[in-house]
Ligand binder design. Structure first.
Ligand code: CTP
Length: 498
């Protein structure tokens, strides 16, 4: 039989025009999505930087923060990029040679230069904030404190950053900015969530800051700091106790034990381990405005500091450095300072963390009674055994029994935490890789990076935005092809046998 003609009409999808349209469509979608992704990525990768130096009583730390360039003055997360610990003591210890206070900062500032792209140096703000060590120095010798500030200023101005000043922070600022840092890093401020209180223990001062429904600032207004952040109003209670950082508190405790009997030649200190035996100078203990007025008529120049290793007696010594009797407000913490009822969760950082972490006591879900028992056992451990078990400088090692006992006494007797509310405290060092402390809150405030009102944010996240545009582009393309198919003259006719 003669060869049969073709049975079917050629598949319309194989027509060159359809193929070209499909290819163009696919290219268009791929181009659209690529442009969307690349356009946004390149911008997001640029960062801005800020540097804050925390000139504390015991040491100075330099922090570099970074944030996406497009998102400052917005909710963009500022994070810690680098931390440098300045070698040596705090700047307040350089009174005899103030220029050395400036020189001590050089190596960390050089590190900062290496960690921030060179072209960003001139627009990187540089701040230095000094805390309780310099507060004490100012009280003791105001011109010496001016000299130290001049010296550090000279060094800071010698670097290519945008120097914004070196100043003494007030205790309220230190407390309030620590609270801002913790709540900013925990993302509580943008959403107006219940905030976390901040407990900061330094070497020379200690801060407590929290929001209480029962505090509006009318009673003891000096303790109130008001903020409007991301559209939410806060009245924060904050107080900084000068001389109640752990190093000055140790002086208070030693003064309490040595001020009697015109300066004894030896004291048995229950806050140090049995077998501890060090000769110390009276001058070194009383060389601080926190205790100088208690100085006894000293007969001997030195005294022998012996350890008794008794937690309960140590608690008694520490309690004696607080004044619980006078209070002219409705309620007080100690030393006649007003404190509203404690409320919510608390983050305890700086020395709270260092000490409790060393003692393996950071877990606050453990009952307080157990924590105290463990600390009591630690204090009762002989000094020879403690020295064998730990490889850290003896000066620091000797003080952990005192410091742990001080922390628990300050919290329970001073701030009125109870065995029930103890578990609302979390010992923290970092939140999402940034150290807890006042520095981040200070920079956020000075760079106006926390807006008073909630910023207008795009309704979709970046990922949802790319996904929606991609899906829509594909959908439109399919609809277009379907319309094309239905309009094509022969496409919608059944293939016929010719
Ligand atoms: N790894 C560390 C670091 C510090 N410390 C001690 O913790 C205390 C406080 O440290 P910090 O928070 O850095 O306080 P400063 O900023 O120095 O003091 P202040 O804020 O009171 O000026 C000091 O006694 C310090 O010796 C510690 O025990 N272990």
């Amino acid at each position: 039989p003669p060869p049969r003609p073709e049975m079917k009409e050629k598949n319309p999808w194989h027509r060159p025009v359809t193929i070209i349209i499909t290819v163009i469509g696919v290219i268009a979608i791929v181009t659209l999505v690529t442009v969307l992704v690349i356009q946004n990525r390149t911008i997001a990768q640029k960062y801005k930087y800020g540097i804050v130096l925390d000139a504390g009583s015991s040491h100075t730390s330099l922090y570099i923060y970074q944030w996406p360039a497009e998102k400052d003055n917005n909710t963009g997360r500022v994070e810690q990029k680098h931390h440098c610990q300045v070698a040596g003591k705090g700047i307040s210890s350089y009174t005899a040679t103030p220029y050395k206070a400036g020189e001590s900062l050089i190596s960390c500032l050089k590190e900062a230069k290496e960690n921030i792209p060179q072209k960003m140096h001139p627009e990187t703000p540089l701040y230095l904030g000094a805390t309780a060590g310099m507060r004490l120095l100012k009280l003791e010798n105001s011109s010496a404190s001016d000299e130290v500030f001049k010296a550090v200023e000279k060094t800071l101005r010698g670097f290519p950053f945008s120097y914004q000043g070196a100043r003494l922070l007030a205790g309220q600022e230190e407390g309030a900015f620590g609270w801002v840092t913790v709540n900013y890093l925990d993302d509580r401020l943008t959403q107006g969530l219940e905030t976390t209180g901040a407990l900061d223990l330094g070497g020379a001062s200690t801060q407590i800051s929290f929001v209480s429904d029962e505090y509006n600032g009318s009673e003891s207004p000096d303790n109130a700091v008001s903020f409007r952040l991301y559209g939410y109003d806060y009245t924060l209670y904050t107080h900084s106790f000068l001389c109640y950082g752990k190093d000055q508190a140790l002086r208070l405790a030693l003064a309490h034990q040595t001020k009697v009997n015109s300066g004894p030649t030896a004291i048995m200190d229950p806050c140090f381990h049995k077998g501890y035996n060090e000769t110390k100078h009276y001058a070194a203990v009383y060389d601080s405005p926190c205790v100088s007025d208690q100085k006894p008529q000293i007969v001997s120049e030195t005294f022998i500091h012996l350890g008794g290793g008794n937690f309960t007696q140590c608690q008694e010594v520490i309690k004696s450095v607080f004044n619980f009797t006078s209070c002219r407000y409705s309620r007080c913490s100690f030393n006649g300072i007003f404190q509203p009822p404690l409320q919510g969760q608390f983050g305890a950082f700086s020395a709270y963390f260092f000490v409790m972490n060393f003692l393996n006591l950071t877990d606050t879900s453990v009952p307080l009674k157990t924590v105290m028992q463990k600390l009591s056992d630690y204090c009762a451990t002989p000094w020879t055994q403690i020295k064998k078990e730990h490889d850290i400088p003896l000066k620091y090692l000797a003080e952990y029994c005192f410091s742990g006992t001080y922390i628990l006494t300050l919290m329970m007797e001073g701030y009125n935490f109870t065995s029930e509310t103890y578990s609302s405290i979390k010992y923290i060092q970092k939140i999402k890789n940034s150290d807890a402390g006042w520095t981040l809150g200070y920079m956020l405030n000075l760079t106006n990076m926390i807006p008073a009102e909630a910023p207008d944010s795009p309704p979709l996240t970046y990922t949802s935005y790319v996904s929606v545009v991609t899906v829509m582009a594909i959908l439109l393309f399919v609809i277009f092809i379907l319309i094309l198919y239905s309009l094509w003259p022969k496409c919608n006719t059944e293939p016929k046998i010719i």
